[in-house]
Design a protein around this ligand. Structure first.
Ligand SMILES: Nc1nc2c(c(=O)[nH]1)N[C@H]1C(S)=C(S)[C@@H](COP(=O)(O)OP(=O)(O)OC[C@H]3O[C@@H](n4cnc5c(=O)[nH]c(N)nc54)[C@H](O)[C@@H]3O)O[C@H]1N2
Ligand SMILES: Nc1nc2c(c(=O)[nH]1)N[C@H]1C(S)=C(S)[C@@H](COP(=O)(O)OP(=O)(O)OC[C@H]3O[C@@H](n4cnc5c(=O)[nH]c(N)nc54)[C@H](O)[C@@H]3O)O[C@H]1N2
Ligand code: SF4
Ligand SMILES: [Mo]
Length: 739
């Protein structure tokens, strides 16, 4: 019977409110919800077509086991029992840390998935956790832990009220914003300009966001920390520091003054490519605005100095008086004080060291870029088994070719996914998960627990369609895996028994869902903790429930959870790390004139997993390209459509050239998330001819940012060579297999 449901999208951070039509357990149409309290009828092609993507015949519907060279369906009982036995034998004969887990982006978009996955790993007693955050944002967590006392204290620009927004290395018009929920970014950015404010975009490409901004400033890739240093130097020199506020709420300013003094705009200009007068004008706009904020994202995070860059940005927002100020940058409030709770109970605050490279964990996770070494290096705690949950590391992590070799050595590789993706294709067991429309949910941790939203609201959704075949939600999968491995969730037999008992009670009331963890009850408990009533009440408010608007002025001196309650402007790990700035400056100066490789996202792609739908590939979108400026192409004798080899210190890939004059000359861009030719379970994507750009990025301890463990995925030095032979579209790199 046809029905209409109200729910919200859980593909990206915009969490758009949706109206969904279903019939006979299938989604038949998706529209944006025009009456949604915050997203107000916004949506994008990926979200509105997700039923085609996720309703594909390729969707996993039963657990699979590798037998010889193929995958065969097995029962849940068999899969769980065999995985459990293998895990127990590895723990007994080796070490709990021999069992690793990689938590991918999709896991973050379900409230219970990461909690249960962590509970499972804690149960086993393993600390070998990895996540996609060392590909996109671990620098922000590492810096916040030092400056604000809690990794998830993440200030964000007050986009609804700011008069000057400076966006560095982010493209919210395409990516829909990160570390902040802003539905309809173009509209919000245009509104700033309309009220007489300024929007600067600092980016090596004149992006879709730059085109709606008031000003675009080109920057040479990987030089953002130098830009921030000069920004801060100029801010201080021009009297833009709110000394009273600094004195009262912050410590370490003297060290900052000393650090930035030599970095005048004139000194950095030849390296960043930002003329001193442009930089001064930007600082002037920032100072004179009635509320201003600097915001940066993956373009800065994925450089070689993501932690230094983000730290300097936060220092600028803080010392200028814009932190915790209306129109400046705000620290949101979720349904409860997560920072205080997290600090008190030590949530995600381990500081253990990795075996390889001695990296300190960030949010309890180690750098993904050392995972191959952790698998390949013999010794105690050597990784022998890997669970991959909602991610596709083989495509998205650095030096994927080496990672592939490492994965071949694993005794057990289990993926929990909606598809048999490239990583799963190498695995031993593939466990079929429900997709967002098939599970009840709350907004994920940033909006719900931290209020990281332009307009605060909460929402709950029932599942819109039931699981098909043997698909199960991840909370249930990890509860049952814990039992199969003979452990309790979070190492607590009591927690395990409590959830299992609740499931039994739930099963009496919902016989059709009796194997499931009572997700709705658990989410009710979370909501009650925050005084927000229960789950079904919130579901009843189908267009979302607005919460109190952000109040600036309640973070500093109150909700900052550092030991002395003050913002730490000069944490010692960052001051020490800053010692390398001079050397890096010289390196960058010497590199001027060479090519740098950057990233580029498209509205119809989402990292590695939205190429399995024909409509998203139409019109020449069935491959990625190397984008270059016409001048650069001409210099190399290349034309649009010709092939070129992109060569880094690690590897080479071969791609067709596309001219893009929005790029700063000297910069080339290659979209990531391609290279599906060997995916076993993606019938559409496996026929595309794109290549995996991440085989160009370095891995290993030397390739990793020291403070946060971030991989280096943008601003990579490369050479471009016109390719003589035709591309081999079946090889991972696009190069003939012998190359
Ligand atoms: N060169 C370069 N590399 C990059 C980036 C870049 O800009 N340039 N960006 C990086 C970024 S920002 C990130 S976050 C990482 C992403 O890294 P990953 O998280 O490893 O990659 P995704 O492609 O997002 O993988 C998501 C997986 O989750 C599955 N999935 C979707 N929905 C569900 C669900 O409901 N449940 C489960 N269990 N699975 C589901 C999908 O099928 C897919 O296999 O990659 C990074 N890599
Ligand atoms: N359509 C779509 N939306 C997505 C995703 C997707 O894959 N596709 N992925 C989602 C995920 S997981 C994330 S984390 C977010 C990421 O969201 P964003 O962080 O906004 O990521 P991008 O859109 O890649 O924007 C990064 C920008 O940095 C620029 N850049 C590259 N190198 C440098 C540099 O060295 N310095 C400076 N200043 N700029 C640089 C690039 O040109 C680009 O414009 O997007 C999310 N939304
Ligand atoms: S922008 Fe698109 S993918 Fe992101 S939440 Fe909205 S509809 Fe979903
Ligand atoms: Mo990401």
């Amino acid at each position: 019977m046809p029905e209409t449901h109200h729910t919200f999208c859980r593909i990206c951070e915009a969490l758009c409110g949706l109206e969904v039509e279903t019939d006979d357990g299938r989604v038949t149409a998706i529209r944006p919800d025009p009456r949604h309290v915050a997203t107000e009828g916004f949506g994008c092609p990926k979200g509105l077509k997700q039923h085609h993507l996720l309703g594909s015949p390729d969707r996993l519907t039963e657990p699979l086991k590798r037998v010889g060279d193929s995958f065969e369906p097995v029962s849940w009982e068999q899969a769980l029992a065999e995985i459990g036995a293998k895990v127990r034998s590895l723990v007994d004969t080796r070490d709990a840390d021999a069992i690793a887990m990689y938590v991918g982006t999709a896991a973050g978009f379900s409230i219970l998935h990461p909690i249960f996955a962590q509970g499972f790993m804690d149960g086993i007693g393993s600390t070998s956790m990895y996540s996609s955050s060392t590909q996109d944002c671990a620098n922000k967590f590492a810096v916040a832990r030092e400056m604000y006392g809690f990794a998830l204290t993440q200030p964000f620009p007050d986009v609804e009220r700011t008069d000057c927004l400076i966006v560095v290395g982010a493209n919210p018009v395409v990516s829909k914003w990160s570390f902040l929920q802003v539905p309809n970014p173009s509209k919000h950015l245009r509104a700033i300009a309309k009220r007489g404010g300024k929007v600067y975009v600092v980016d090596p490409r004149r992006t879709e966001t730059a085109k709606v901004a008031t000003d675009h400033v080109f920057i040479r890739p990987n030089t953002d920390p130098l830009f921030f240093l000069s920004f801060l130097q100029e801010l201080i020199a021009s009297g833009g520091v709110d000394r009273e506020r600094v004195e009262r709420y912050m410590t370490g300013f003297a060290e900052i003054e000393k650090l930035v003094a030599p970095w005048t705009p004139e000194r950095t200009a030849p390296v960043t490519g930002i003329a001193a007068h442009s930089l001064r004008e930007m600082v002037k706009s920032y100072r004179e605005a009635d509320g201003a904020a600097l915001y940066s994202s993956t373009g800065v995070n994925m450089g070689t100095n993501g932690s230094l860059g983000y730290w300097l940005q936060e220092v600028i927002n803080a010392v200028s008086g814009n932190l915790d100020r209306r129109g400046g940058s705000l620290v949101g409030q979720g349904i409860f004080d997560f920072a205080r709770f997290g600090k008190k109970y030590g949530v995600m605050s381990r500081r253990n060291r990795s075996r390889v490279g001695g990296f300190t964990s960030v949010n309890d996770a180690f750098p993904g870029a050392i995972l191959a070494d952790e698998i390949l290096t013999p010794g105690e705690r050597q990784v022998r088994a890997l669970f991959v949950t909602g991610g596709n590391p083989l495509i998205t992590m650095p030096n994927s070719a080496r990672l592939r070799d490492a994965f071949r050595e694993l005794e057990l590789l289990v993926t929990v996914d909606v598809f048999l993706n490239e990583t799963a294709s190498m695995g031993h067991y593939v466990l079929p998960a429900t997709s967002p429309m098939q599970r009840p949910d709350l907004p994920f941790v940033f909006p719900l627990f931290l209020g990281m939203q332009a307009r605060p609201y909460i929402q709950a959704t029932e599942r819109v369609i039931p699981p098909h075949g043997q698909q199960r939600d991840e909370a249930t999968i990890y509860l049952d895996l814990a039992r199969a491995c003979g452990v309790g969730l979070f190492g607590s037999k009591l927690a395990q028994t409590a959830v299992e008992t609740a499931r039994r009670v739930w099963g009496w009331r919902h016989p059709d869902r009796k194997h499931e963890v009572p997700q709705e009850w658990l989410m009710s408990a979370l909501l009650r903790l925050g005084g927000e009533g229960n789950f079904s009440q919130l579901v009843g408010e189908k267009h979302g429930r607005l919460r109190a608007p952000h109040r600036a002025g309640d973070f500093l001196g109150d909700r900052c959870v550092t030991d002395d309650g003050k913002v730490q402007l000069a944490p010692s790990v960052l001051i020490e790390q800053a010692d390398k700035l001079e050397a890096d400056f010289s390196t960058e100066r010497d590199a001027v004139g060479g090519f740098r490789l950057i990233t580029k996202r498209a509205v119809t792609t989402h990292n590695s997993w939205t190429h399995n739908y024909e409509a998203f590939l139409d019109g020449g979108r069935d491959t990625n390209h190397v984008y270059m400026h016409r001048q650069d192409a001409a210099r190399l004798g290349l034309e649009s459509g010709q092939y070129a080899d992109v060569v880094s210190a690690t590897a080479a890939v071969r791609l067709p050239v596309r001219l893009l004059d929005d790029l700063q000359p000297g910069t080339v861009a290659v979209p990531h998330g391609w290279g599906h030719q060997h995916a076993r379970g993606l019938s559409v994507a496996s026929k595309t001819s794109g290549v995996n750009v991440n085989i160009l990025a370095a891995d290993g301890a030397d390739g990793v940012e020291r403070v946060s463990g971030m991989a280096h995925l943008t601003g990579i030095p490369v050479e471009i060579r016109p390719a003589d032979g035709p591309a081999d579209t079946t090889s991972w790199s696009g190069l003939p297999a012998t190359a």
